[in-house]
Design a protein around this ligand. Structure first.
Ligand code: C5P
Length: 429
């Protein structure tokens, strides 16, 4: 089984040669940054650090400098001519800016565009992807102001990893612990892999949302899928430079920027739009397709019989017929089969065993499985994924467990895994 601890190869590919600007703010978790710097450098990344004044209360500039192998940037040089442009230069010379630990204070400043020291001035001047690893007391994390700031930052495109639940420095327990170092390394690799261009030249077909199967002109069979996950994947693939076709059932989600979006209602329409969209290099079926449709949808609204008109209960019988399986159809061997076909599985029990059976039954390459508990997943913003990868030669699939993530983070990680899979494909070809 693979998790954030042992994704080694995947992370190394994204991190090798990358330039990371790490902002270390003031929190007890700052000590973990020393290990973070070491791990990033082991994976071939170049790490530059800004240590805030509060951060320097927790770790010394000398230890950061020694591990990073580079001068650490602090506010003590704020008046020299060289450092006057540091806040511009540091951001320009990085591929990603990481803030760890991200305190309530620095998140609030970022959300409001406050730039009152080297770290916050650099953050506002940087036009690079930014990742936060929040760490703070549970009550601070749960305070409405922090929740607002987090939502504002995410809406601005800032990625967030953690925080985790667990014991905190003050002896309390709850959400607020900074994500563990391997989780932060993995999240950095995901953001880097999703950088513009990593899927350039590839066509990706994505299904999203529910299908509505008409019973008559006013009634339909449908489900509660929000389309959030499929749309987030479409946005992330487009961001990474892919040519994306999104085939979407009825949802409130807006068509992602730069994505060709075809809106359909029924499973049959979804299949036709997908087939028309081929060839594609990758197909990702995130839609919750209705398994059945009415065998004979009526042209006129089915009327409720008036009382005393014969039938005892007045309820009509609805005859159903099976819908085409889009994932299985796209996975079928043939010249048009995409190189990589990915399905989803929402399970209520035995997640891995059921997902493994689905992988075989559908003939796809990967399944992203999640557990649906008490109404979670559909419409939820978070997701816990098990990625099952079909083994060559028919053995048991490899399983990778992802920590709890937002649907945007799931999308970023999926892009990262696709980039890695297709590039290792190309190497072995
Ligand atoms: O069989 P089940 O509905 O659990 O399988 C889920 C996966 O299959 C999802 O990837 C979904 O998009 C896909 N699917 C499909 N067409 C169907 C049913 C499911 O593409 N008719």
């Amino acid at each position: 089984m693979q998790n954030a601890e042992n994704r080694g190869g995947a992370d190394a590919a994204a991190l090798r040669g990358s330039r990371i600007l790490l902002v270390i703010a003031g929190g007890i978790a700052a000590y973990k940054c020393l290990d973070l710097i070491r791990r990033l450098r082991e994976n071939g990344a170049h790490v530059r650090c800004i240590l805030t004044r509060a951060g320097a209360e927790f770790v010394t500039p000398l230890s950061v400098e020694t591990l990073a192998g580079q001068t650490v940037h602090t506010d003590t040089l704020a008046l020299t001519a060289e450092s006057e442009i540091a806040h511009i230069r540091l951001g320009q010379q990085a591929d990603i800016v990481v803030v760890a630990p991200a305190t309530a204070d620095i998140m609030a400043k970022m959300a409001h565009g406050i730039a009152d020291d080297l770290a916050t001035s650099t953050l506002i001047a940087a036009d690079k992807p930014t990742l936060l690893a929040p760490a703070m007391n549970t009550r601070m994390w749960q305070h409405p102001a922090t929740a607002r700031n987090r939502a504002r930052l995410e809406a601005d495109g800032v990625a967030v990893v953690g925080p985790n639940d667990g014991p905190l420095a003050e002896g309390e327990s709850g959400p607020g612990r900074m994500a563990e170092v391997p989780e932060i390394v993995a999240a950095i690799a995901d953001v880097l892999a999703a950088r513009s261009g990593s899927l350039a030249g590839l066509r990706v077909l994505i299904t999203s949302g529910p299908t509505y199967e008409p019973i008559d002109p006013v009634r339909f069979l449908g489900n509660r899928s929000s389309g959030k996950q499929g749309h987030a994947i479409a946005a992330a693939c487009a961001e990474a430079g892919a040519d994306v076709l999104l085939v979407s059932g009825p949802t409130a989600e807006a068509a992602p920027e730069g994505v060709e979006t075809v809106r359909i209602e029924t499973a049959e329409e979804m299949l036709a739009a997908c087939e028309q969209g081929l060839p594609a290099d990758v197909a990702i079926c995130a839609a919750a397709v209705s398994d059945w449709r009415a065998a004979a949808p009526q042209d006129q609204k089915i009327k409720k019989p008036r009382r005393g008109e014969g039938q005892s209960d007045g309820a009509p019988t609805l005859e159903l017929t099976e819908n085409p399986d889009i994932l299985a159809t796209l996975s079928a061997p043939g010249p048009k089969r995409p190189r990589l076909v990915v399905g989803f599985a929402a399970e209520t029990e035995d997640v891995e065993a059921n997902a493994a059976a689905k992988l075989t039954a559908k003939g796809c390459d990967w399944i992203l499985a999640n557990r649906v508990a008490e109404g979670a997943v559909f419409g939820d913003d978070g997701n816990v994924i098990h990625l099952l990868t079909r083994a060559e030669g028919g053995g048991a699939p490899a399983v990778e467990q992802w920590p709890r993530m937002s649907k945007a983070e799931v999308a970023a990680r999926l892009v990262q895994r696709i980039v890695e899979a297709l590039s290792s494909d190309a190497e072995t070809a």
